[in-house]
Ligand binder design. Structure first.
Ligand code: JCF
Length: 675
């Protein structure tokens, strides 16, 4: 029997719910939080505890539902009351001027039409239905007429209001349909993919696929772990309310609690739209998310209605698309590369082609399944695409261009580097070389060991590592610390000076924080984040090396798979021997002492522009060792933006959000005040 709930407790739960909704709105929509993240978390905790203790208090619109609900067997479908149309595309200024002419002609040739211009988000369109201010249904766009019901998933997205906020003069409609685009930011996308690779799951090809895949999960608990965001841009059916302009509509949506892209510009002429497009094309690569063009809309709603729609798209809007980042070329060969953990990856060698300003001559084919799914053959004409920092990839084969001389590709049965047998474990996409002394794996492991975030050895780059392994001067991490300066100076592209510099850099790198050391070891499942958790928890290498599975699993953030992998690594005698050799060569582990008591505890920094006195990686390390954090993009959570030379759009955003902007000198002072 559940306990009876007394009125004060009911009121308490209600008060917590309203407070949390309001703080969400302050944070995500207005970018102006009134309480700290920690305070927010405490309120959420308190409500969660109450709802656990008194299940009668649970509500569909409680802020606690963001964690996900029971998994579904399949999605229901729902018809949109007003079709969700797609947009007509324009590709150059003439197309847009033509659109403006067409609009004016259809309206009886007025002189000037006023427009709204906005970034076109490269995400997934959704519609949210609210009844009396409460979210009742969320649906995907589907084919435009009928979508899939994804309510539980949508509720896990922080920026989806569960209840609408009150507007000072416009009442919440009895029913309304609000439309927006769900997406994943670029930093979050990178991190998500890193985690997936770490967990040996296939990475997503691009942020859009990641967003679509996350939104179409039958288990909303999975969706809740994905960093989805949303910007709203329009409405379907709205009862009781008329909007005069699109700009006014967006303003009202914002008041109702819907997050609107701050880059939207309303009330501008067609010439200003063209300028906006040019500005945004330049800013595009500095934005925290992918966009693929500019959406242009006639601002006055009565004129939109006069213009109407065709069966495919509204006559009052057009998408001005950015230049394609896809091109066609041919596959000259397919090579198989062996990675750090022995995974074989087929890589296509392409006839070089310029894709959005970058020369592309290789594209990853991921694995055998991917090659088969896309039916990629050597000699094929293919469409290649580049998205942000992601490795170029093959979108599809242009089958109509086949001449019959193309040859199929098959994963080799032996490692192309060491000739050992390769294996493919049931249910895994990866084929692996399991010879741990395979020179390809060794090269990749050593590159990882010497890279930023690990030992960070200046001058020990990819080419040099390859040479050193090929000449058998390196056969383990430990050998790095025994390299002989005279031998180094005799290598290709080296000399006395660079040999001395390298020796120096290796000497300096010997003193290293435990977390970086652990990351450098390249233990499977142990990425930068897990390595830091381990270092924080165990503080000393011995303690970690001798810990059991159970002790490891007791660490917050470490699960059974990771624990298993760590135990296995340290069980192997040769791994321990290499560590002993490194320590004997003078590698010294710094204890993670002052971190918890740092002066910058809990402060979030974002770096922009070029710093004079340190690299970004150094600045990050310094801030983190003083207890601070370094974020990739400016948000309401950011405390300081450090502006170096030629700062980017992050500075604009900091000004917009009123985040404190400091220079490098100030940062140095803050760091030097740290114990
Ligand atoms: O950001 C978008 N992808 C986006 C798509 C923005 C809009 O304002 C849209 C849209 C699709 C249709 N507006 C319409 C009418």
């Amino acid at each position: 029997m559940p306990e009876d709930v007394s009125p004060p407790i009911i009121n308490k739960a209600q008060a917590l719910r309203s407070a949390l909704h309001r703080h969400n709105y302050q944070y995500y929509v207005l970018d102006d939080p009134e309480i700290s993240d920690a305070e927010y978390d405490r309120l959420l905790q308190e409500l969660t505890r109450l709802e656990e203790k008194y299940p009668q208090l649970q509500r569909q619109d409680s802020p606690t539902v963001r964690v996900g609900a029971q998994p579904l067997d399949k999605f229901d479908s729902v018809a949109h009351s007003i079709p969700m149309l797609s947009l007509d595309n324009g590709f150059n200024d003439d197309d847009i001027l033509e659109f403006d002419k067409r609009v004016r002609r259809n309206l009886g040739d007025p002189d000037n039409i006023i427009y709204t211009a906005e970034p076109k988000m490269d995400g997934v369109a959704v519609e949210l239905i609210y009844e009396n201010g409460k979210l009742v249904t969320a649906a995907t766009r589907g084919d435009g007429q009928t979508g899939e019901v994804i309510t539980a998933n949508a509720k896990t997205i922080q920026t989806v209001p569960l209840v609408m906020q009150l507007h000072p003069s416009i009442p919440v409609p009895s029913r309304c349909e609000i439309r927006g685009e769900v997406f994943i930011g670029l930093d979050a996308f990178k991190q998500l993919n890193q985690e997936r690779i770490q967990q040996e799951q296939p990475p997503f090809a691009n942020p859009r696929n990641a967003a679509a895949g996350s939104l179409r999960q039958l288990d909303s608990k999975i969706t809740s772990t994905r960093p989805l965001e949303v910007f709203f841009y329009g409405v379907g059916m709205v009862e009781d309310t008329v909007f005069e302009t699109h700009g006014a509509l967006l303003e009202t949506l914002k008041q109702w609690g819907f997050r609107i892209n701050p880059l939207i510009r309303s009330g501008i002429t067609i010439d200003a739209v063209l300028n906006y497009y040019r500005e945004l094309s330049e800013k595009r690569h500095q934005l925290a998310y992918d966009i693929d063009g500019v959406v242009v809309k006639v601002d006055r709603v009565d004129l939109q209605e006069q213009l109407g729609t065709t069966s495919r798209s509204p006559r009052w809007a057009i998408a001005y698309k950015f230049k394609a980042i896809q091109e066609t070329t041919t596959i000259k060969a397919i090579e198989v590369q062996v990675g750090r953990t022995g995974v074989l990856t087929p890589v296509a060698h392409l006839e070089p082609v310029n894709v959005g300003g970058v020369r592309v001559s290789r594209a990853t084919l991921h694995n055998q399944d991917e090659v088969e799914k896309k039916d990629v053959r050597i000699g094929d004409h293919v469409l290649v695409q580049r998205a942000g920092d992601v490795i170029p990839e093959i979108v599809k084969v242009i089958v109509s261009k086949r001449v019959g001389r193309e040859t199929a590709f098959k994963m080799p049965g032996v490692c192309p580097v060491c000739d050992s047998k390769v294996i493919r474990i049931e249910g895994e996409a990866a084929t692996r070389c399991i010879n741990t002394s395979c020179s390809a794996q060794l090269k990749e492991r050593i590159k990882h060991f010497a890279a930023k975030g690990a030992f960070d050895i200046d001058g020990l780059g990819a080419k040099l590592v390859e040479q050193l392994v090929d000449k058998e001067l390196l056969s383990s991490y430990a050998d790095i610390f025994k390299l002989d300066e005279a031998v180094l100076s005799d290598l290709d592209r080296m000399g006395a000076k660079s040999a001395a510099n390298l020796k120096n850099a290796i000497e300096k790198a010997k003193s290293i924080a435990l977390g970086r050391f652990l990351f450098a070891l390249g233990i499977r499942q142990v990425g930068e984040h897990v390595a830091m958790l381990l270092a924080d928890h165990f503080a000393a290498l011995d303690a970690l090396m001798d810990s059991s599975r159970a002790e490891l699993e007791a660490v917050d953030g470490i699960g059974p798979t990771v624990a298993e992998s760590i135990v296995r690594f340290f069980e192997q005698k040769h791994n321990r021997r290499i560590i002993d050799q490194m320590l004997a060569s003078g590698v010294k582990l710094e204890t993670a002492g002052p971190k918890k008591s740092g002066k910058l505890n809990g402060q979030v920094f974002v770096l922009t522009g070029k710093l004079e006195n340190f690299t970004r990686s150094q600045a990050k390390t310094l801030i983190e060792s003083a207890g601070g954090k370094v974020g990739g993009s400016v948000s309401g959570k950011t405390n300081f933006v450090v502006a170096g030379d030629a700062p980017g759009s992050k500075l604009d955003r900091a000004r917009l959000l009123g985040v404190k902007i400091i220079d490098e000198q100030t940062l140095k002072k803050m760091l030097s005040h740290t114990p």
